[in-house]
Design a protein around this ligand. Structure first.
Ligand code: C5P
Length: 306
């Protein structure tokens, strides 16, 4: 198959960051991954992924101190996503992929997964493939545990290794303060530390039944009551400096902080916007260098320009 001549030459897709409101982790499986029961939420920090026709695969990333570690070659997960979609449809074509990164890099907010999801959606449109949702989710799962959720957005229950996603009705929105860390954390290293701390973690997680029941019975859902992150202790062991960040949040605003996914980004749930603005100011005064305000849930990967 060849790509038609008169199709758009460039497409931009916007993809949100994810947080895990609830992250229950079980014992490492024989395939190396951990069983999860998680409540994902997409929040309003975004990467923009632009794909442009070209004869070969190229990756361009906005330059900032933060993006220095993002691969600029074919090892970037966005290129792997593009190649996977091309192979799936038997297409021989290649594109330039430009990443404008607003999601903290290596921050536990699935920025790389967002870029993979964005590339799938952008190329599906650029090449007019009309891939079914089912196939897109299946390809996404091959790329990474968090990639299917980046397609979906909103709030969702994640099971398996996180790749099986089920939308949850959004019954209220939240404000989130997002405190990125200057240095990233490696997700595999955090999981290894989790194994060390919890050698007896359960092989099967039955929280999904309980969580589903609780979600179904609350009206409106008070997501604050679901906050839990089993990776937090492991991440704090690897990065004891984060304890100070938690302390500053407690002191500055009497607020509850939690780690986003495998960290090191720290997030603080807030019910109303005024409180978010006030707390952000207090945290900056307390010496936290960067505090973003975000809201969630928001939509998953969507085309913004073509
Ligand atoms: O799926 P993804 O490629 O994003 O995962 C990155 C790494 O995180 C995996 O190689 C694995 O070490 C760890 N991981 C895990 N269990 C999961 C998800 C990720 O151990 N459920």
């Amino acid at each position: 198959m060849t790509v038609a001549e008169n199709l758009p030459r460039s497409v931009t897709v916007r993809v949100p960051a994810k947080i895990n409101l609830h992250l229950a982790v079980g014992r490492r499986r024989p395939d190396g991954f951990h069983p999860l029961v998680t409540l994902y939420q997409a929040i309003s920090l975004y990467d923009d992924v632009t794909v442009t026709d070209n004869g070969s695969w190229g990756v361009y990333v906005n330059d900032s101190g933060e993006t220095a570690g993002v691969p600029r070659d074919a090892t970037n997960i966005a290129v792997r996503a593009g190649r996977l979609l091309a192979d799936h449809h038997g297409i021989e074509a290649a594109v330039d992929i430009s990443l404008l990164k607003g999601i903290p890099v290596a921050g536990g907010m699935a920025g790389g997964s967002a870029d993979a999801a964005g590339t799938l959606v952008a190329l599906d449109r650029l090449w007019d493939l009309q891939t079914s949702d089912e196939d897109l989710l299946e390809l996404a799962a091959q790329l990474g545990s968090d990639v299917p959720f980046a397609l979906l957005g909103g709030t969702a229950l994640g099971t398996g290794r996180g790749e099986r996603v089920e939308p949850i009705e959004d019954r209220r929105s939240w404000w989130w303060l997002v405190l990125p860390s200057e240095k990233g954390l490696s997700t595999p290293e955090v999981y290894c530390e989790f194994d060390r701390i919890h050698p007896e973690a359960p092989t099967e997680l039955d929280e999904s039944v309980e969580l589903r029941e609780r979600l179904g019975s609350e009206d409106p859902v008070d997501l604050g009551r679901f906050l839990r992150n089993d990776l937090q202790e492991a991440a704090l062991t690897l990065r004891p400096d984060l304890v100070e960040t938690f302390q500053r949040v407690r002191e500055a605003g009497d607020a509850a902080a939690m780690l986003s996914g495998s960290g090191p980004t720290v997030i603080v749930p807030v019910s109303v916007q005024d409180r978010a603005v006030e707390l952000r100011a207090a945290l900056l005064v307390a010496g936290i260098p960067v505090v973003h305000i975000a809201t969630g849930p928001v939509a998953g990967a969507h085309v913004v320009e073509y």
